[in-house]
Design a binder for this molecule. Structure first.
Ligand code: ZN
Length: 347
């Protein structure tokens, strides 16, 4: 067991579960394993009158098993007496399946589900949104100057949620939900990403992570996403003056402002480097290769040629989000060739 006391909260960890006591609210962080070495942090918020769940993990047996075991640990190790039936509200920070997939689990159905547009459409119409994403992926790949078969990239999940399984409540920036919890619109990673403020805590979803810089979605892939709005949302989160940040993956953040500033510096450096790499006219594939050739540690491979198709798409998206930003700022010019490949250059 580890324990940490601060002015506005205390933190106690037993096994995999961590409890934060803040201003009369008890928050339990329950990590669930999605894939090997890949966890989503789900959070139970007990404020004395109601129990809320912030983010659920991936679909599938293992994450559900981990979540149920986590609930057991909350009762056994922290003296609570709650079961899945006590969860009265579910908030999903954004429309990625490692945050909403477990909604397929019958034990969670029948609750109000709070999400912002357009991410909530992913739950309301999973098949339609998945199709749109594959189409935009396909477009990006052909414009990037490389060949991949986007159909085989990521298998869709078996998402067993029908209309009416949840009472879907569409929320927006500035609204108060449940017992006065503040919705903070933080578009960027996805267009409808939200953080949630509960007393002295900010639930971060994938807006700010402790180690990795959250994945950037090009605005041309999902309207409303993109690096420019992401950087604005970073400043917005930093300006809230909340110290304790509880992210959707990785470790607790003890200064939201410091971490937000660090992530912004990382993107500014990447923008400058891409601008410098852009000599002559180069495709997205070339620039992605050149950038990660200099930073192989960021992709865990010696070059983009060694990546699996799905990982390559993530790398292309990441760099494309930065190139869009540079084009919007007039620092680079993009041009579409006869073969459909888009090239970037300084003029
Ligand atoms: Zn995530």
């Amino acid at each position: 067991m580890t324990h940490r006391d601060c002015e506005s909260y205390s933190e106690t960890r037993v096994g995999a579960v961590t409890r934060f006591d803040c201003a009369g609210v008890r928050v339990y962080q329950v990590p669930v394993q999605n894939l090997d070495h890949y966890f989503t942090n789900t959070y139970l918020v007990l404020d004395g009158t109601t129990v809320s769940l912030i983010d659920v993990g991936f679909h599938g047996e293992k994450p559900v098993e981990d979540f149920m075991a986590g609930l057991g640990a909350v009762n056994r190790d922290f003296g609570e007496d709650i079961g899945p039936g006590d969860v009265a509200h579910i908030v999903v920070t954004h429309g990625h399946d490692d945050h909403f997939g477990m909604l397929s689990c019958d034990a969670l159905k029948g609750r109000p589900l709070y999400m912002a547009l357009p991410d909530s459409l992913v739950v309301a119409d999973y098949a339609g949104e998945d199709r749109k994403w594959r189409e935009s992926c396909s477009r990006m790949i052909s414009e990037a100057g490389c060949s991949l078969a986007p159909d085989g990239l990521f298998p869709g999940i078996e998402f067993a949620v029908r209309p009416g399984d949840y009472d879907l409540v569409t929320v927006a920036d500035g609204e108060r939900i449940i017992n006065g919890y503040g919705v903070v619109g933080t578009p960027g990673h996805t267009p409808g990403h939200i953080c949630l403020r509960v007393g002295p805590v900010l639930f971060l979803g994938d807006h700010i992570l402790s180690v990795t810089s959250p994945h950037q979605t090009p605005r041309t892939s999902w309207g409303g996403a993109g690096l420019a709005v992401y950087l604005e949302s970073l400043r917005k989160a930093a300006a809230l003056g909340v110290a304790l940040g509880l992210p959707g993956h990785e470790d607790t953040i003890y200064s939201v402002r410091d971490r937000a500033e660090e992530i912004e510096r990382f993107h500014r450096a990447r923008l400058a480097e891409l601008e410098e790499l852009c000599r002559g006219r180069q495709s997205l594939y070339d620039l992605t290769g050149a950038y990660y050739g200099r930073h192989p540690e960021l992709i865990g491979a010696s070059s983009i040629g060694a990546l699996e198709d799905g990982e390559l798409v993530m790398a292309l998206e990441e760099i494309k989000a930065h190139l869009e930003y540079l084009v919007d700022e007039g620092r680079l010019v993009s041009r579409s060739g006869r073969d459909g490949v888009v090239t970037y250059g300084s003029c």
